[in-house]
Design a protein around this ligand. Structure first.
Ligand SMILES: [Zn+2]
Length: 60
């Protein structure tokens, strides 16, 4: 089972469902394109990998 990723918008409360990395990143990029066209992609992500969760901040 692959790691699952969940991305969060840095500008509003939008959050993707748990997805694989590329699908989640794409959905967040689409969200920014629609909702925050003047803001570069940012936000945060979580990685759920079995017994532990990782958390990080996306580049801005
Ligand atoms: Zn947003």
């Amino acid at each position: 089972m692959s790691a699952e990723f969940r991305y969060r918008c840095g500008e509003c409360r939008y959050r993707t469902p748990w997805l694989d990395e590329s699908e989640g990143a794409w959905q967040l990029a689409e969200h920014y394109r629609r909702r925050h066209p003047r803001v570069g992609p940012g936000g945060e992500f979580e990685i759920r990998r079995g017994w532990r969760d990782l958390f990080g901040r996306l580049f801005r």
